[in-house]
Design a protein around this ligand. Structure first.
Ligand SMILES: NC(=O)c1ccc[n+]([C@@H]2O[C@H](COP(=O)([O-])OP(=O)(O)OC[C@H]3O[C@@H](n4cnc5c(N)ncnc54)[C@H](O)[C@@H]3O)[C@@H](O)[C@H]2O)c1
Ligand SMILES: O=C(O)C(=O)C[C@@H](O)[C@H](O)[C@H](O)COP(=O)(O)O
Ligand SMILES: [Zn+2]
Length: 361
């Protein structure tokens, strides 16, 4: 089976990618050596489409699963939801010998991973991602957490999964908007590490809703290799995965959580990062246009709505984890496929880049 190993010493794990794998999840978890009872965390949409298949597979493998559903959407990435889930798991008699299975998109993965990191001071968890964002990005790397009204992902823990099970078939039930938003993170990976992928993404026909398994695996490998060298984002390498996220997260937090999807906010953040890369690090107009063209190809938002003010975004953005002693570490591109962390970006630059998003292309 196509497998990417994430090599992190005693926290190493496999990412399995295969069509139809969901129905063999129980067996795959057994083979990975995970033991105990399973607490499945999912959201209402995902559970409706894919819950029964997973539960049957876990039952067949002897994991006696309980199911814990949260409302769909970014609003569920909250501390109150963490507490509710932990209480429900305790009621269902889970303890330190249990493990969590996250069945869902990035919201469920981040939330369930965080629950696993604190329940009984930490239990194992398995990621079964069901959106493009979560299959190519969030299920790998161990960043878990929830939001605060003050900003995105401000509470959390690094907690690596014990196994990641990627079944591209589950993407067939994604609504169109959630399908298109997923490509923002794929385009980000191409922009920071794999310029050759730009042509491959451009060749996809979004109307066919195609998500090739090898494209998913290629993205997982990009993320895995970065996480392996800088698991805790202390060396300025993992930070590259934050391209488009400084302003993107500011926008996502400036509107009510969930009204804009993560990939949609990152699309705007990427446009701003391209603008600043042209201004500050010599990114060619040609490379910039190629990346912007991919975002247009998937009809991702590139114009900031008037009712979201620059002040609101700057206020949320000030809480970003990449601010240190008032200085911003901002990810720029020198060319397509080549990103670096810069400290040359000023507060005025950020304001100008946000204003740039109000202009037509
Ligand atoms: N930890 C990380 O490294 C990392 C990386 C990227 C994103 N994130 C986080 O991930 C979150 C965004 O994740 P997302 O974009 O997957 O959003 P999401 O989890 O909210 O899923 C989007 C919507 O699609 C629905 N859905 C999911 N899978 C489905 C399926 N197969 N069929 C039908 N409907 C389905 C969900 O119910 C939801 O309504 C954000 O909170 C972001 O901060 C984390
Ligand atoms: O895994 C990472 O590292 C990333 O930056 C991936 C991002 O796509 C993701 O949105 C992540 O949650 C952002 O992390 P944060 O530390 O900026 O909150
Ligand atoms: Zn992201």
């Amino acid at each position: 089976m196509p497998t990417t190993r994430v090599d992190l010493g005693d926290r190493s794990y496999d990412v399995l990618v295969e069509k139809g794998l969901l129905s063999q999840a129980g067996q795959a978890i057994q083979q990975a050596g995970v033991r105990g009872r399973a607490a499945v965390i999912s959201d209402a949409n995902v559970s409706r489409h894919h819950g029964a298949k997973l539960l049957a597979s876990l039952e067949a493998a002897g994991f006696a699963p309980s199911l814990h559903e949260v409302p769909a959407g970014e609003g569920s990435k909250s501390m109150s939801q963490v507490e509710e889930l932990c209480a429900a798991m305790a009621e269902a008699k889970h303890d330190r010998r249990s493990f969590v299975v996250a069945l869902g998109g990035g919201v469920v993965g981040d939330l369930a991973g965080f629950v696993a990191s604190v329940f009984y001071r930490g239990i194992p968890f398995v990621q079964i991602p069901t959106t493009i964002v979560s299959q190519v990005d969030s299920s790998v790397g161990g960043k878990t957490g929830v939001n605060l009204p003050q900003g995105k992902n401000l509470l959390g823990a690094f907690h690596q999964p014990a196994l990641v099970i990627v079944d591209p078939d589950v993407l067939a039930t994604l609504p169109d908007r959630e399908y298109r938003e997923g490509y923002a993170e794929v385009i980000k990976h191409a922009a920071i590490r794999d310029a050759a992928m730009i042509a491959d993404i451009a060749a996809l026909d979004p109307s066919t809703r195609e998500v090739p398994a090898d494209l998913i695996a290629r993205n997982i490998a990009i993320k895995a290799r970065i996480v392996e060298v800088d698991e805790h984002e202390t060396k300025g390498i993992r930070a590259l995965l934050n391209l488009g996220h400084t302003i993107g997260h500011g926008i996502e937090a400036a509107v009510p959580y969930g009204s804009m999807l993560h990939g949609e906010a990152i699309s705007l953040g990427l446009r701003a990062a391209l603008y600043l890369s042209e201004k500050r690090s010599g990114l060619s107009k040609e490379d910039s246009a190629k990346i912007l063209g991919l975002l247009q190809h998937f009809r991702l938002p590139l114009i900031l709505e008037d009712q979201i003010t620059t002040e609101q975004i700057l206020h949320k953005l000030g809480r970003d984890k990449k601010f240190e002693a008032g200085k911003i570490r901002f990810v720029l591109l020198s060319k397509a496929g080549d990103a670096f962390v810069s400290d040359a970006v000023t507060a005025e630059d950020l304001q100008e880049a946000i204003e740039h998003l109000r202009h037509p292309l």
